[in-house]
Write a protein of this length. Structure first.
Length: 499
């Protein structure tokens, strides 16, 4: 319930993207009856059937939380003919520092020293033929106010049908409007943290669903053309539209979730956060070259695995690094190739519990006869029911792009902040929102508008990963793709990072 109220409060800060007829409805429900209480003025609103707190807050121009504060009983649900006291909206004075949820408003002009490199008009990169400012040496970037656009599928059109009083808890958790909210919540925590460090931001938050016509209309807004960064948690067709717009206007755009490698092709403004499976194999082969080069690597081909060629791809990467590698067609063949005199590194591909458990059981029974290390691919950390005795006894290694170590001090602090602010535990999407926000906003603060040219050597520890961006492929016209994977090993029944 609390989370729903938080979401409704968030909505009151977002730009309105709904039809004019809805605006007329809001105007019609506004009461003209005023009452004085304790020296304050209130509108007296009589609830009609079908009205929601969000709708009422928009009609009067006040936040949902302010209505709840004056009418605590609304937490139990609105009822027809219920009387509410709606506080008059407070006219806030403009503050000198920009707040993270300022919407549809351009930042104040910030006095800056002239840059040592004259920019190309309309460009965010140095003029051709001139030396770029060394990364991190432009101190004026810390005093700049940046425009950041955040696009999320919030499904605002479904809000009015959300009634927590009549819906089961399971139904509430599956509401579309709440699915991607954790990303915003994590992102907001990153903003809060960086603002304390001196970052100045104007953030424009937009609801972008699957309708490409709505997205195309949104791109006509002036504030989008002046954006310094776009973060788009978008469906593919909409992302392609926005990415094309970003390229035309020379605006870096971040895709936090997509696994599609084609989104970076011929668009140098795109930053793809999720690393590809090809880079996973390269990272694994690099790790085995450093740490397991004396052993025999046995790659088990799993005929049921969705990627039929992945075993051959990994073998190719191992051979390129002069590793002793063999490819086994199934578990029986792999067992027959085990060596008594060397470490046997078993690489297994599995995406279901039954196959993984059967494989681990069989090799666990052989652990006293052979020196074994198991490498689980892909996403083994997501497979439920894996026996910790098997994982520990087989010296199991996992390679993953994301892993939350709750024993780390910084992660503990993030979880605590999230719980205090949102009254719940952070989900995976909340950690992703924090990491993406913290990394890219820090890059803006550190490097200013030239950050795409500095991103290659920019490293920053975050809550569940590190980012390592490289140009995709060999074409300079391509965008950037994160290539970071981490290797963890089970030691004393606990995952420990070993790469």
């Amino acid at each position: 319930m609390y989370r729903l109220f938080c979401f409704l409060a968030l909505l009151s800060t977002l730009p309105c993207v709904q039809a004019q007829t809805y605006q007329e409805q809001l105007k019609a429900i506004h009461s003209a009856v005023v009452e004085q209480k304790d020296g304050k003025s209130f509108y007296v609103h009589i609830v009609k059937k079908g009205q929601t707190l969000y709708m009422i807050s928009k009609a009067y121009g006040v936040e949902v939380n302010n209505i709840i504060a004056e009418n605590p009983n609304v937490k139990e649900g609105l009822k027809a003919d219920q009387q509410l006291l709606i506080p008059f909206p407070v006219q806030k004075k403009e503050e000198p520092s920009l707040k993270p949820e300022t919407v549809n408003r351009k930042p104040e002009t910030v006095n800056q020293k002239p840059s040592a490199v004259p920019p190309v008009p309309g460009s965010r990169l140095p003029a051709p033929g001139l030396a770029a400012i060394p990364c991190g040496s432009d101190s004026t970037s810390r005093n700049m106010a940046f425009n950041v656009v955040l696009m999320l599928p919030l499904y605002l059109e479904e809000v009015e049908a959300m009634n927590p009083e009549t819906a089961a808890e399971e139904a509430i958790e599956n509401w579309n409007s709440l699915k991607y909210l954790p990303f915003y919540e994590g992102f907001r925590l990153a903003v809060d943290s960086l603002q304390k460090q001196g970052l100045h931001l104007v953030i424009h938050v937009y609801d972008v669903g699957k309708d490409t016509l709505v997205t195309q209309k949104l791109l006509e807004k002036a504030e989008l053309k002046s954006a310094d960064l776009i973060i788009g948690l978008l469906f593919n067709k909409n992302f392609q539209l926005v990415a094309k717009f970003a390229l035309k206007n020379n605006i870096p755009i971040v895709n936090p979730l997509s696994e599609r490698s084609d989104i970076v092709i011929n668009n140098e403004m795109v930053f793809k956060v999720n690393p590809s499976k090809n880079s996973q194999l390269e990272s694994l082969a690099d790790f085995m070259q450093r740490s397991m080069y004396r052993g025999q690597i046995i790659i088990i081909r799993n005929g049921q695995f969705r990627d039929k060629d992945i075993a051959d791809k990994l073998k190719k990467e191992c051979l390129a690094r002069n590793l002793n590698v063999v490819l086994a067609e199934g578990q029986d063949v792999a067992i027959g190739k085990l060596s008594k005199g060397k470490e046997n590194v078993i690489v297994a591909f599995a995406d279901n519990n039954a196959y993984a458990l059967d494989l681990m059981r069989r090799f666990y029974e052989l652990r006293n006869d052979y020196k074994l290390s198991l490498v689980g691919l892909t996403d083994w950390e997501k497979i439920e029911g894996l026996e910790t005795d098997f994982l520990n006894g087989l010296n199991t290694h996992l390679i993953t792009a994301y892993f939350v170590d709750y024993s780390v001090v910084g992660v503990k602090k993030l979880v605590q902040d999230y719980q205090e602010k949102y009254k719940g535990d952070p989900e995976a999407l909340a950690f992703q929102g924090f990491d993406v926000g913290y990394y890219f906003l820090t890059a803006l603060m550190k490097f200013g508008k030239q950050f795409p040219g500095c991103i290659k050597d920019f490293r920053l520890g975050t809550s569940q990963t590190s980012f390592e961006f490289r140009k995709a492929g060999n074409a300079t016209s391509n965008g950037f793709e994160n290539r970071h994977w981490s290797v963890y090993q089970y030691e004393n029944f606990k995952l420990v990072r070993v790469d």
